[in-house]
Design a protein around this ligand. Structure first.
Ligand code: JD8
Length: 235
């Protein structure tokens, strides 16, 4: 998969060279390109924002600068990319959306700042036949200062679903929220050595070697925690 990220803070994405995503780049499963939006400004002050039409607080990011930046990525590829636009007014990100995006060949993440990006940019590329789709996505009902951390959240969730990125592709099968799982449960408690820590022991059943009893214990614990923390998921 090819991934392009455009932002006025490109250093935010240095973390993508770590861990899973870093190894996926080394192995060639992922090709990640990071672009500084200011490289596409036309004035000596490298202006990317201006006052909002109709008045109001803050500044809005300029359509003409974003257009040059996005076109530059499109002109350097033969793929049909999906534009991913993190925005608090987007559809809420889910494991289902992560699965849908993990099967794409090319994603371009459009990272806004200030009060957001001139809305004509999204409307324009929704009609551009070089683009497969434009997905406006929110990672949750809280307000961030920009799109960068949302893109990193989405990229981590998406990339671990790409075959070969995780050491063992099977582990995504029992993901919480995974599509097709009859019961939507959140993860139960986990334990490892030492067997006793500060007077706290590991549940006996997990030391029993009785896989049926262990599976039953884990299911009950996951259901208990789902009822407690995510009643919205509980059947
Ligand atoms: C992109 C600019 C800041 C948002 C005025 C604060 C996602 N779940 C989420 N919460 N916030 C964002 C997000 C916030 C952004 C941008 C995503 C670009 N801002 C703006 C509107 C109100 N400021 C997000 N995904």
């Amino acid at each position: 998969m090819q991934i392009d990220l455009i932002s006025i803070f490109p250093d935010y994405f240095k973390s993508l060279n770590l861990s899973l995503l870093g190894k996926a780049q080394e192995s060639g499963i992922l090709k990640i390109n990071i672009h500084d939006l200011r490289d596409f400004t036309q004035d000596k002050h490298k202006t990317v924002d201006d006052a909002p039409y109709g008045g109001g607080p803050g500044m809005v990011m300029k359509a003409d600068v974003w257009g040059l930046a996005i076109d530059s990525v499109l002109e350097s590829t033969k793929t049909k990319p999906v534009l991913v636009v993190p925005t608090p007014s987007g559809k809420v990100f889910t494991q289902k959306i992560a699965q849908e995006l993990s099967s794409q060949e090319h994603l371009i993440f459009i990272n806004g700042r200030y009060e957001g990006i001139d809305s004509r940019v999204v409307n324009y590329y929704k009609t551009d036949n070089r683009i497969k789709d434009v997905r406006e996505i929110s990672i949750g009902d809280y307000v961030l200062a920009g799109g960068e951390v949302a893109s990193i959240v989405m990229l981590e969730a998406i990339s671990r679903l790409i075959p070969g990125v995780l050491g063992n592709d099977d582990s995504v099968k029992d993901d919480s929220f995974a599509q097709g799982s009859m019961e939507k449960l959140i993860e139960g408690p986990v334990f490892t050595r030492p067997e006793e820590w500060r007077g706290l022991d590991v549940p006996e059943v997990l030391l029993s070697g009785d896989h049926e009893k262990i599976a039953q214990y884990r299911l009950e614990e996951a259901r208990k925690r789902t009822r407690l923390n995510r009643p919205d998921l509980a059947p």
